[in-house]
Each structure stands twice: as C-alpha cells, then as structure tokens.
Design a protein around this ligand. Structure first.
Ligand SMILES: [Zn+2]
Length: 620
C-alpha cells in the first residue's frame, strides 16, 4: 500500500514537473507581495518607510542579483533624466531644464537604508534610479524569498508626473514613490533607469499603511481597509466616525493583483463617490473651487458611462473601485486610479479621464509593457479613447479615428519616424515618440479591423482580454490572438507596420473598357503591401466591392456588414507592383473606382486612390 502510494506520488510529481517545465517555456511571471508602512512628514516633505517584499521566482532561472527602481532620484541635477531632458532636440516642455534648477529641499530622494533577504543582510549599490543588489544566496527557480527594507524618501517638487505642490497646488501626487522591484521576465531583468518614459512591473498584492497629518484626505490605488475609522466621506453610510485626538491618522490600503501602487493627498480634497450597478465604486477626488466645480460636477456620470461601455466592449473591469484624482501634470494612468490636472474645459476633462481610464484595460489589467512596447498601451488606449468619446460624450459625424490617421500621416511625411519597436526612452525625438506610439499605434488597431474584418476584430479584442488578463501580453501575443480568431497569417502586418517605417501607398492607375468588360489596373507605390478593398460605384448609385487579399495572409476576411456586396476576390502577390482586375460590367455603367472609402487603410497618399470614370475613358 505504501509502496503503491509512493509510486503514485512519484508519478504525479513527475507529471507535475513536466507540465511546469512546459508551461515555463512559453511564459512565466514573477510574483510580488508588498507590505509597507510609511510615515509622512508634511512639513519637510520627507517620509520613512519599511517594506517587506515576498518575492516568488517563477522563472526557470537562478537569480543572483536583483534590482529595485528608485524613481525619485531622477529629480536631482545632472541625473540621466535631467541630462536627457536638456539635450534632446525637442525637449518635453514639462521638464526642459527644470531639474537643473531644483534646490536641495526640492530634490527627489529615494534611499535604501538597509536590506535583508531571508533575514540576512545583502550588499547593494545606489546607481541613481536603480538599486543594484548582490544576493548573498541565489533565489532558486520556484523559490519565495522575503526582503526586508528600510527606506527614506523626499518628495520632489513636481516636475514630471509625481511630486509635491503641482501647478494646481495639489500637495502630494505620490506615484513612483517606493523602492519597486524591477520586472523580470522571459527577456530577463528590466532595470532601466528612469529618464522619462513609462512603466512595467510584475503583478502582485499590496498592503500599505500611510501615517500622515490628520487633515489630509488620501486616495489612490487600493481599497481603504479602515474607512470607518478614517471617515472623511469614506465611511459606510450611517457610521459615526470616532473623533481622533492624535495629530496623525494611519490610512490602511490593500490592492490585490496590481503592478504598482499610487496615492495622492491634499487637505482640501473633496471626495465624491458613487457605486455603479454591476461595476466598481467610482471616486472623484478634487479641490472644489471656481476652476473645477462645474465640470468635475459633471464628470461622475461620464466616468460611469465610460466604465460601462469599456466593460461591455473591451472586457469587464475586474476591480471594485476606480478613482479619478486631481494631481500630477496632465494625465497619467495607475492601477485602479488616475492622476489628472483638473483645471480643464469639459471636453478636455472628460477626454483625459476617458483616456486614462482605458489604460486600466491595457496597461492596468492586460499589463502591456509601457517601457519597451509603449505603442501597444498608448495605441490601444488612443484607439479606445476615440471610440468611447464618440459613444459617451459626443457623436462624431466623421470617421472617429481621423485625428490619429492625420497625425500618423504627418509623422510619415516628416522624415523622422522611428519603428514602433523602439524602447520608449530611446526614441531620438519626443515628436517621433508621441505621434508614433499614440497615433500610429491607434492606426495599427483600427487598420487591424480593416485587415481581419470588423466582426473578427471585436471577437479578438475580447479574446485578448480573456486570454491575457494579468499576463503581460506582448506584440506577438496580440498578433497571434488576431490570427487565431481570423484564421489569417498576420506576421507581415506587424513586421511592416510596427517593426519598420515602410509606408502604404496604393493607387487606381486606370479604368479602361475591355470589350463588354472593364479592366481596372491597380498599383502599389508604397513599400508596405496590404490587402485592398476596392469599391466600384455605378451610374445608378449602387456599389460593389472587389477584394484583393495578399497571398501571404493565407485567407480572406469575411464580408463586413455595412460594406458593399463583395462580387470578386482576387489574390495579390506582394511581389507584383501592379495588378489587373477584370470586372464583368461595361465601363459605361461605372461612375467611379475607389480604394478603401472606409478610410481605415493608412494610405499616405489618398490623391491617387479614386478614379472618376469620364466620357473619354468610356470611348478608349
Ligand atoms: Zn496614455
């Protein structure tokens, strides 16, 4: 009996190991669990904290080093962020040379005072915004270790995203504020210095206690666990909050399954909350005055409508809370919350809120890497912003992605476009990063609907959500998801549109009579091949569609609703620069021939996309 049992256990564990190894080959994720206790001095703008980090190495690798981000050290003269901001040809106007002129009391500081792993002291070096840790003992595959740390911070005068006393007078915008373990994934450590661009971290749980002057109202990532002791509007209905005699309050937050933790604090914040039906509790935190009162008063309903729309179309929002908080320097996304500046007209306030909110789906829950693949996060989010603003704010009478396409066309014509595979920090120019990651990224998404068909696109968007929540999908995962739903091969689309700056330019070269039929010559003038929808409009106003899929896509998109009936499908090998289509209709019946009137094809020169059939052509 014992022997048989042992055999069974042995077999099971053998099977277990095989399964595990196989799973790890494709994908693994490190797991973090932070417990932090922080004390904030609101006079000196300094804080001290302890951090216990439970770190699980799910990788197949043995780790003998580790790296923490110390973002606030970027806000000191001559830091990499300072040098970069002063020397780039087109500086970010929020940063420029402002770090250079910070005084020591205005610096950002984040210092690790002590660090132990499993109770034993480890060696570490401060390398500006990165703490390099040499582990006394390696972390083995599958092992969980505990790091214990003491740290000290000084909140920088707000220059970029985080900081104190922002342009609208908000005291604390506390993002990037704690020593954060760098992400480790299939590409190894991501210990990139903070020089301006965005974030990537492993998913985990946070338990954060913040002790601060009792007059401050806090909000951010995470649920307030002691709402009925804190009060300030957080308490449950009917609860009488005990008056505090001490000068400070300790706020206790928890956040499950997030990859960062932000908080904000101001003594003048107003908290407005509303519980959505079948959705999260929505918080607005802002300083009520003549610059905010009217528009923030209308913001709650728009936020609720947007969350509802996104949950129905992009995947259900998985947390029980979302907070829109006045702070920061524009708009920046964080798990379960956003920091946005508040002195805005209604369209701008709603637009920024919607944009940052949609990041919760792509940066927040899917966990796109904003640092090395910023186009994924900003592209999907910018695309979503246009769609959601059209649905909840104001119906756009035109093609809703017009702005994104126009911005991309300007970039394509400017001569300094860079491939979207560029790491966010390493673009030569800010003006290549912005229009590229946001707008060309959005064009990638909308044009994907053109390539695979709208129905497949909608399905794939939800499949992406269902397959990759909390899993950090990359560009290849996105492409594979659209391939699986559509049955098409799409690697060429990524290779040309994301990994290169080759452009799309097709033209209708000629429309000629060919006996009783009509001969249409199409030409490819750009370097990037694409499938074509060609719409023929007849003299009687009716329309038909000619579809020219690429040979290399190995299939066809289904007919799309709202498009003219497809009467002809003809494959186009990308090696041919022209192709001839024979339409079994006399030229006298044809009014015009046009490539993609839906405007979804990012054709950089649309002047040559349409031919109106004239009497001369009919005679020819
Ligand atoms: Zn964004």
């Amino acid at each position: 009996m014992i022997k048989r049992l042992r055999f069974a256990v042995g077999l099971l564990s053998l099977l277990g190991i095989t399964t595990l190894t196989h799973a790890q080959k494709d994908r693994f994720q490190q797991k973090v669990k932070y417990e932090m206790d922080v004390k904030m001095d609101v006079v000196k703008n300094q804080y001290t904290g302890t951090q216990k980090l439970h770190y699980t190495n799910n990788s197949p690798d043995t780790l003998d080093r580790a790296f923490y981000h110390l973002y606030y050290n970027a806000f000191q003269p001559n830091s990499m962020m300072d040098v970069r901001s002063r020397t780039i040809a087109d500086p970010d106007r929020r940063v420029r040379d402002r770090i250079q002129s910070l005084s020591p009391e205005e610096y950002g500081i984040l210092e690790v005072k002590s660090l132990k792993m499993n109770g034993k002291t480890v060696d570490f070096d401060h390398e500006e915004t990165i703490l390099e840790v040499n582990l006394a003992e390696p972390i083995l595959p599958g092992e969980t270790v505990v790091f214990d740390m003491e740290f000290f911070g000084q909140v920088p005068l707000q220059v970029r995203r985080a900081g104190r006393d922002n342009a609208e007078g908000i005291r604390y915008s506390m993002s990037q504020w704690y020593p954060k373990m760098a992400a480790y994934d299939v590409r190894g450590w991501h210990a990139n210095p903070y020089i301006g661009r965005e974030f990537y971290g492993n998913f985990g749980d946070f338990d954060v206690k913040i002790t601060i002057d009792k007059d401050y109202l806090l909000g951010g990532t995470g649920y307030l666990e002691n709402a009925n002791q804190i009060g300030k509007g957080y308490e449950d209905a009917g609860v009488k909050v005990p008056a505090t005699k001490s000068k400070e309050l300790t706020w206790h937050f928890t956040a499950p399954n997030v990859h960062d933790f932000m908080w904000a604090a101001d003594p003048k914040y107003t908290l407005v909350k509303e519980q959505m039906e079948n959705g999260p509790m929505v918080h607005l935190l802002y300083v009520k005055d003549e610059k905010t009162e009217e528009n923030w008063g209308k913001l709650m309903q728009y936020t609720i409508d947007a969350i509802k729309y996104c949950s129905e179309n992009f995947g259900k929002y998985p947390y029980d809370q979302y907070s829109v908080i006045q702070g920061g320097d524009g708009g920046m996304e964080y798990p379960m919350a956003t920091l946005i500046t508040g002195h805005r007209n209604l369209r701008s306030l709603v637009g920024v809120t919607v944009h940052e909110l949609i990041h919760s789906w792509y940066y927040g829950v899917l966990g796109f890497n904003e640092s090395s693949e910023p186009w994924l996060d900003e592209g999907f989010t910018t695309w979503g912003t246009s769609v959601v603003m059209d649905a909840v704010f104001e119906k756009d009478p035109n093609f809703v992605h017009n702005g994104s396409y126009r911005s991309y066309f300007r970039l394509a014509g400017a001569g300094y476009e860079e491939p979207l595979t560029t790491h966010g920090d390493h673009y030569n120019l800010n003006s290549a990063y912005g229009p590229g990651t946001y707008n060309k990224g959005a064009v990638f998404v909308e044009q994907m609907a053109y390539v695979v068909g709208k129905e497949n696109f909608d399905k794939a968007l939800l499949k992406l959500w269902n397959d990759f929540q909390f899993k950090h999908p990359n560009g290849n995962d996105v492409i594979r998801t659209f391939e699986k739903v559509s049955g098409l091969e799409l690697d060429w689309y990524y290779d040309y549109f994301i990994a290169s700056t080759k452009q799309i330019d097709y033209g209708v070269k000629s429309v000629e009579a060919a006996g009783k039929d009509t001969k249409i010559i199409l030409e490819r003038k750009g370097m990037m091949p694409m499938p074509l929808d060609v719409v023929v409009t007849y003299q009687d106003g009716s329309q038909e569609l000619i579809y020219l899929p690429l040979v290399i896509q190995r299939g066809e998109k289904p007919e799309e609703s709202g498009m003219p009936k497809r009467v002809l499908t003809q494959k186009w090998p990308w090696t041919d620069y022209t192709t001839e289509v024979k339409l079994a209709r006399p030229i006298s019946e044809i009014k015009s021939v046009e490539i993609d009137p839906s405007m979804r094809l990012a054709d950089v020169d649309r002047e040559n996309n349409k031919i109106e059939v004239s009497v001369e052509m009919e005679k020819k």
